[in-house]
Design a protein around this ligand. Structure first.
Ligand code: OFO
Length: 165
C-alpha cells in the first residue's frame, strides 16, 4: 500500500480510538449526573467507535500495512450541561467525517480502489451518526432547562441504547 495512504489510515484508526475514549468520558460525566439513559447511549456510542477502530486495524493488517500506534489524546471530561455534551459529540462526528472525505480523496489520487471501496461503509455510517447527534442536540435545545423534559429524553435514550446492544 502507498505509504502516505497507510499513514493516513492508521491516523484515522487513532481518531476512532479517541472518539471511543471521548464518548466514554461523556458517559462517565452522565453517570455522575445520574442521567443513566444518556450514559448508556454514550457508552453504546463508545463501543461502536471501538468497532470502527478495529475495522481500520483489520483492514491495514489485511493489506500488509505497517502499524504505527500513536498516543491517544486526553478527552474532555468537564461539561456544563447535557446539551454541551451532545454538541461536542456532533462536532467530533463532523471532524471524523471531514477526515474520511480527505482519506477518500487520497485513496482516489493514489488509485487505490480497495481503500476507496473500504471507506464507503464509513461514509454511510457518518451520515447516520451525525443525524443521531443532530436530533438529540435539537431536542435538548427545545427542552432547555425543563427537568421533566430532560428526564424523559434520558429515559428514551436509555431504552434505545438497550435495544441496540
Ligand atoms: Fe462516528 O466515528 Fe467512527 O467512523
Amino acid at each position: 500500500m502507498n505509504k502516505q495512504l497507510e499513514k493516513a489510515l492508521y491516523q484515522q484508526l487513532n481518531r476512532e480510538y479517541f472518539s471511543a475514549y471521548q464518548y466514554l468520558a461523556m458517559s462517565a460525566y452522565f453517570e455522575h449526573q445520574s442521567f443513566k439513559g444518556f450514559a448508556s447511549w454514550m457508552r453504546r456510542q463508545s463501543d461502536e467507535e471501538m468497532e470502527h477502530m478495529m475495522k481500520y486495524y483489520t483492514y491495514i493488517i489485511d493489506r500488509d500495512g505497517e502499524m504505527a500506534f500513536e498516543s491517544i489524546a486526553k478527552p474532555i471530561q468537564k461539561f456544563s450541561s447535557p446539551l454541551s455534551v451532545f454538541q461536542a459529540g456532533l462536532k467530533q462526528e463532523k471532524e471524523i467525517t471531514k477526515h474520511i472525505h480527505n482519506l477518500i480523496e487520497l485513496a482516489i489520487s493514489k488509485k487505490d480502489h480497495a481503500t476507496h471501496h473500504f471507506l464507503q461503509w464509513f461514509i454511510t455510517e457518518q451520515v447516520e451518526e451525525e443525524s443521531s447527534f443532530k436530533d438529540i442536540v435539537h431536542q435538548l435545545s427545545l427542552i432547555g432547562t425543563n427537568k421533566a423534559g430532560l428526564l424523559m429524553l434520558d429515559k428514551k435514550l436509555g431504552e434505545s441504547a438497550s435495544r441496540e446492544s
